[in-house]
Design a protein around this ligand. Sequence first.
Ligand code: CJB
Length: 830
Amino acid sequence: KGQEKWPRGDEKVWKDGLRGVDKDVPEITKSVVHHVQTSLARQAYNLDEAGAYQATALSVRDNLLPTKRAYYLSLEFLMGRTLDNALLNLGLKNKYSDGTTKLGFNLEDLLEQERDAALGNGGLGRLAACYLDSSASQELPVWGYGLRYQYGIFQQLIGPDGSQLEAPDPWLQHDNPWELPRADVTYDVRFYGHSERIDGMKAVWSGGQEVLAMAYDVMIPGYATKNTNNLRLWESKPKRGFDLNSFNAGDYERAVESSNSAAAITSVLYPNDHTTFGKELRLKQQYFWTAASLNDILRRFKNLDKPISEFPEYVSIQLNDTHPTLAIPELMRILVDEEDVKWDAAWDIITRTFFFTNHTVLPEALEKWPVPLMQHLMREHSDFKSMHAGNLTAFDVVSIFLQAVEKKFPGDRERLARMSLIEEGFPQNVRMANLACIGSRKVNGVAELHSELLKATIMKDFVEFFGISKFFNVTNGITPRRWLDQCNPRLSQLISETLQLPKATFLKELSLLEGLLKHVDEPALIKKWAAVKQSNKERLAHYVETTMGHKINTQAMFDVQIKRLHEYKRQTLNIMGVIHRYLAIKAMTAEERKKVNPKVVFFAGKAAPGYYIAKLTIRLIVNVARIINEDPETKDLLSMFFLPDYSVSLAEILIPASDISQHISTAGTEASGTSNMKFCLNGGLLLGTVDGANIEIAEEVGEQNVFFFGHLTPAVEDLRYQHMYHPVPIEQKCPGLAKVINEVASGRFGDGGVYEPLLNTIRQNDYYLLTEDFDSYIQALELVDKAYQDRTGWIKKSIRTTAKMGKFSSDRAIQDYAQECWNIESNKLP
Ligand code: CJB
C-alpha cells in the first residue's frame, strides 16, 4: 500500500530474479519477475497485488501455451557412435559396465562394435551433431531434419602405391538400434510433371513421379536431463511397389525402374565438401528432403489450430548452409497454392520463419543450380525464369525484391545483376545464397572474422540493401560431453577433482573450467595433467600398433593435422615442413642430433573422390612416411603416419593424444574450424594461421599460449595479384621450399613425376600462398620445439588452454541462435 518497505519478500531473491542469473532462484520466481519486468513493464518497488496477480497468471499461462519449436535443416549429421554417448548422458555408464561384466562382456569392447553413423563429410555435419546434443541438454525444443542415407561417407583405404581408394559404407547392414522406423509418418513428394495456374494465381501440380518419404526418428538424449530431442531422417521409397502393367507385359526392367529410381534418392551421401557439382540426383535429394520436412512441420503446426499468419510465432527454421534453400520457394508454393495465402502475406511469413547460416566464402562452394534443371524437376518453382526475363507478374514477390533494389539504387545495373537470383550464362543459374539471404530473417557466419568477411564480400550488396542488423555472427561450438568427457574420461575426472565439482556441473557450464587457472602452478596438478596426456598418447600408439603394425615412441611430441584434404587447408604445407625437418636432421652431426626434439606427425582425412590434387597430397604423405619411418638415421627423431579412414571415432582417440595440432589454412579461407576447439579443450596447443576461430581461441587463451604464423587476411588478395601479374620464380621467392620441392621432384620419395601436378600448384600461381608463408611456418615450428623443451612450462600452457575454452561450448552457440534467431526458451521438464 505504498507504505511498506521495498520490496516485499526477500530483496536478494528479487535482485537475482531480475538479473536472471542466480542458479538458486527457483524457475517460478524468475518467471514471475520476468513478467513483471517485461510483460507488465513495471518495477518491483511499486508492484501491488493486482500487478503481482497479473504476473503470476502470465507465468502460469506460459505452461499452457504450445511452445515454439526450431527446426535445424541439415543435409549432413555426422553423429559418430551413440552407445557410449547415450550411457554418459543418461548417467548409466557404470551400471551398464557392471551389468555387462557380470554377463561376461567388457563394455568397452561392446562399444567398439558400433559402426559410426557417418552421414556427413566434415565440419558442417559434425557441427549439426554437436548442436543437437546441446539443444537436448538444455531442454530447447529443437528438432533436426535430414536424410537417412543408405551409405554414409565412403570408407577410405590406402592402396599399394599410397593412393586413396574408396569403398562403400553400408552402415545399415546390421540393425540400427538407435532409430525408430515410423511407417505412420509418410508424405508424397512429386517430381517432374506439369503445373497449371487457375484463377491466374493458384497452381495445380500433377503428373510426373511421386515418391514416398518415410520418417526414421533418431533419439537425441540430453545430458543429465530426462529430456530427449528428435532427429527425423527421411528415406525415399517407391510409392507403388512396381509397375504391374509392364511386369505383366514381360518388361521386367521397366517394371522395377521407377521403384529403383525412388529408392536411389536417399541411397548415398554426396562425398564432396566445399564444392558443388550440379548433379540432378543431388537436387532431387534437396527437394525431397525439404518438401517432406515442410509437410511435417506444417502438419504439426496445424494441430495447434492457429491461423497460418501465426506460423512464425511457432516455427523457426534454420538453414544449415544453402542446401535446404529450396524450402523457401516450397513453403511459398504450399502457402499460396494449398493454403490460399496471398503472395505478399506468404512472403512475409517466409521472411519471419527462415534463418540462414553460411559456412564458407570459397567461391567454388557457393551453390548454383541450372534454371532448366530446376524447371524440369520442380515445375512450380520455375517462376525464377519469368522473374528474370522481366516478365513480371503482380504476384511475384521475389521479383518485387529486385524492383525494390532498383528503387533504392536507381540505374545501378551491375548491382542488380549481382543481386539477382539468376546468374546469366548458358544455361542460367539460380544462386542459392542470394535466395537464402533474401528469404531469411537473419544471416550469420560461423566465427568473427568469417562473419566480417561475409559482410564485406559475398553479402556486401545485401548489407547495403537490408541494413547491417540482418547480418550477425555465431561463433561455432563443440559439445564438451563428447569432446571432453567421452573421449578423455581421465582428464574430465582430473578436472572434476581439481575444481572439486561434479562433472555434470562443468560439462553443463563450461566456463567453470576457468577455475583451473588457480591451480596452474601446483606441482601435483602438473604431474597428473602430464600423466593423463601420456596415457592418451599410449592409447593412440596402441591403436597405431594394432591397426598399422608400427611401434611409436610415446616420449616424442605428437603433432596432429586431421581434417578433410583440401588445398586451402594446406596439408601440403605441413608435409613440406616435415620433409624440410627430415632433410635438416639428415644434414646434422651425431652431436647435433642429440639436441633434436623427437616428434611424431599424424595426418588423417578423406579427399573427395574426384579431387585429384587432394588425392595426390595423400599419396605424397603416405610415400614420404614410408621412406622416413624406415630411415635408421632419423626414425627415432622423426616419424610420420597417415591414419586411414578418418572418422568421428578415430578423432576421439587422436584429439586427446595431441601435444600440438595444426590449423594452417590460408588466412581468410577457413570459416571457423571446430577441431581446433576440440584439441584445445583437451589441452593440446595450437599451431595455426590468423584465421577462423583460431583468432578467438587466441583471444581467450592469450597469444603467448598459441603459435601463430603467416600473412593476415587483408594481405592475401594483394599477394595473389602479385603472383598472377608479377610472378617470381620459387627459387628466389622461397629457397627453403624450393629445395624441398626439388627433392620430391627428383624422386627421393618415389616416382617424382607423379607429383608434378601437385608441385605445380605451388610453383605456378600458388593460389594458397605456400611460398609466402613457408618461412614463417618453419620459424613457428622451431618455437614449438623450443617451448616443448621446457616440459613444465608446456603443461602450464596446456592447463591454461583448457581452462579458457568455456566460450567454445556448443551450449553457448545454440543459446546464441535460440535468442538471436529462434526466440525459444528451455522447456524444463519436471
Ligand atoms: N564447412 O564442412 C564444411 N563444408 C562446407 O561445404 C563448407 C564449410 C565447414 O563448416 C564448419 C562448421 O561451420 C566450419 O568450422 C569450417 O570452417 C567450414 O569449412
